[in-house]
Ligand binder design. Structure first.
Ligand SMILES: [Zn+2]
Ligand SMILES: [Zn+2]
Ligand SMILES: [Zn+2]
Ligand SMILES: [Zn+2]
Ligand SMILES: [Zn+2]
Ligand SMILES: [Zn+2]
Length: 272
């Protein structure tokens, strides 16, 4: 593996950026993609700007399983084309994004790091694949909230088994039958912290579950509604929007997949 460069030049910033780990203020806003990050980042000491390591490295052209037929181009937000939302997490795009212009497909750089497949203890016959589906009336096995048409989730299309992206790290309940067989069930109580930051009820989460279908017009309204503040287990203020937790969610799922983890067995919220 090539060593990580400690000083870089990036097209989004006029000064050189230095690889930096701030243990006192680990949380930062990436000024490339305008979503939050945690831990090591590229930092400009002259103007205290930060850039995700991933955004510093992301290629100008990307081929992704999320949009397999066309290349995605890394673009800076242009204010002429109005508000655009990320097809994967449904949050507003406020900085860099990968775009297929002819298809109107947009995705945050950080969201492109979600793994294509993962294994979950509640569906051992098949791996789950990150997919969208046009079917109506599907619910997430973990939170029982709706997986609305066109939303992206981890899914077994063969068995119609769906789990919201944000519900993947949640630990399931383990019960041992009277014959001594260990079986896993969806949790009876959902965690109120971690990925549910700011949303006392997961059904209020501004993700796929309460959006009817992809519609740019309703995004700004959602943005205002959910601009509240909330505490996380880090004890820092993350705000209430999914783009504030997406970094941690993506890293947790990606690290779990690299480690060959079967999701649902243990609480993975602390592995990253
Ligand atoms: Zn970024
Ligand atoms: Zn600078
Ligand atoms: Zn996104
Ligand atoms: Zn396309
Ligand atoms: Zn769910
Ligand atoms: Zn299946």
């Amino acid at each position: 593996m090539a060593p990580i460069p400690t000083t870089i030049q990036h097209f989004t910033h006029k000064h050189s950026l230095i690889l930096h780990h701030d243990t006192i203020n680990p949380k930062y806003l990436c000024e490339g993609c305008m979503t939050y990050g945690f831990g090591t980042r590229y930092h400009c000491h002259a103007c205290t700007s930060n850039l995700h390591e991933d955004c510093a490295k992301c290629p100008r052209i990307l081929w992704s399983f999320m949009h397999p037929h066309h290349p995605l181009r890394l673009v800076e937000r242009d204010h002429q084309s109005g508000d655009r939302a990320c097809n994967i997490c449904r949050e507003l795009i406020e900085g860099l994004s990968y775009r297929c212009e002819p298809c109107g497909f947009d995705v945050h750089p950080i969201c492109t790091l979600l793994p294509e497949t993962l294994n979950h203890i509640l569906h051992q016959p098949h791996p789950l694949r990150l997919l969208s589906s046009i079917e109506q009336g599907i619910t997430c096995v973990i939170c029982r909230g709706a997986c609305n048409a066109f939303s992206w989730r981890y899914r077994c299309a063969l068995c119609n088994f769906d789990i919201h992206i944000r519900c993947v790290p949640i630990q399931c309940q383990n019960k041992t039958t009277h014959r001594g067989i260990s079986t896993y069930f969806p949790p009876s109580i959902l965690p109120q912290q971690h990925y549910f930051v700011g949303y006392p009820n997961p059904n209020n989460f501004p993700g796929p579950s309460n959006m009817n279908h992809y519609n740019n017009n309703i995004v700004p309204q959602l943005y205002q509604q959910n601009h509240g503040q909330a505490q996380t287990h880090y004890g820092v203020n993350y705000g209430g929007r999914i783009n504030q937790v997406m970094f941690h969610l993506v890293k947790t799922i990606a690290t779990g997949v690299i480690s060959n983890l079967v999701f649902g067995v243990i609480d993975v919220s602390t592995i990253f």
